[in-house]
Design a protein around this ligand. Structure first.
Ligand SMILES: [Zn+2]
Ligand SMILES: [Zn+2]
Ligand SMILES: [Zn+2]
Length: 324
């Protein structure tokens, strides 16, 4: 993901920001992949903090227009779960737009999304994530990190994030888009196997027996070994992670200068200099881990008063032992 610039004050702004620190509002323009200070807001700006620009008469942005069903909003938590889910969806869609998917250059069909929560006015209903003929079902309840981590542990997965869910399910849709292209099926089958084999039976077998012991020599994840369709979705999701890691890291490197090699942070006597570097690294690393849909590694905003206390504490930690 790129790091954007506020047109008003020229400071760096992040993809999901609604306003700049200078107070100017921010609107993401998916056509130009830039952040604007003035635009028609998406109708979901207020309810779910969508910072994309609205499209003409529809009033919703391109991403929100792709949402066909929203969760039952009777339940207090569902709106915030929907909000974090849509935020991951916008991230993944914007990444794919860099390859022209879902842009004006793309003449094929686009997917639609059913964003469902387990808590509904009719009581608790299980929601199975998946893709069927262009309709992607997402369980927004997994927008809750506690629920998600519990399931990740239960399913013995290495990674489970909302961003990962979107990447995986959209990859199933992209398979349908690629399938009619000349030569795709033959070369796909040569590498991934025959995707026309019984899907239900393959999944049952996977949940019963687990992945083969040598799965790592052939599959990117355990789940990828369940069926060629899942192998494709997992493989594509990884291509999306890896590309975004490089993109986010290089955007971050362009914005921040590295310390010279051999620099020893524990010997830095200028507390302010050390802290300013740390804040830059912190935001830079946050930007990189967001490409995996993970929590920020330094999720704090430091006020001038707090910075004064940090300077004080740093000075004493650094010199106190030698004075004692
Ligand atoms: Zn600004
Ligand atoms: Zn929107
Ligand atoms: Zn799948």
């Amino acid at each position: 993901m790129k790091i954007f610039t506020c047109g008003t004050c020229k400071t760096p702004v992040f993809f999901s920001n609604l306003t700049c620190t200078c107070g100017a509002p921010l609107f993401y323009d998916p056509d130009r992949d830039v952040m604007l200070n003035e635009a028609q807001p998406c109708q979901n700006r207020q309810p779910i903090a969508c910072n994309w620009k609205g499209d003409g008469d529809a009033g919703f942005c391109r991403s929100c227009q792709m949402t066909q069903t929203i969760p039952d909003t009777f339940h207090g938590d569902n709106i915030s779960l929907w909000r974090v889910s849509e935020q991951s969806k916008r991230w993944v869609l914007s990444n794919l737009m860099r390859w022209a998917w879902f842009t004006a250059k793309d003449n094929g069909p686009w997917p639609t999304f059913k964003m469902l929560a387990e808590q509904t006015s009719r009581g608790e209903t299980p929601v199975t994530m998946g893709h069927a003929n262009g309709l992607i079902t997402i369980n927004v309840t997994e927008g809750d990190p506690v629920v998600r981590e519990f399931r990740r542990d239960e399913l013995d997965e290495r990674l489970r994030t909302m961003t990962a869910h979107f990447r995986h399910e959209i990859a199933h849709f992209l398979f349908l888009r690629l399938q009619p292209q000349q030569g795709f099926t033959d070369s796909f089958r040569a590498l991934f196997g025959d995707e026309s084999v019984d899907y239900g039976a393959a999944l049952d077998r996977h949940y019963q027996n687990g992945a083969p012991a040598d799965f790592q020599s052939r599959f990117v994840t355990r789940y990828a070994s369940s069926h060629p369709h899942e192998d494709w979705a997992e493989t594509c999701a990884h291509v999306m992670y890896l590309t975004d890691i490089v993109d986010s890291a290089s955007a971050e490197l362009r914005h921040n200068r590295r310390p010279r090699s051999g620099y020893d942070a524990y010997k830095e006597a200028k507390s302010e200099k050390l802290l300013d570097q740390a804040f830059k690294f912190g935001t830079g690393l946050n930007h990189i881990v967001r490409s995996m849909g993970m929590q920020d590694i330094y999720p704090f905003v430091i006020s001038p008063k707090v910075k004064e206390k940090l300077v004080f504490a740093h000075r004493h930690l650094m010199t106190g032992a030698r004075k004692a």
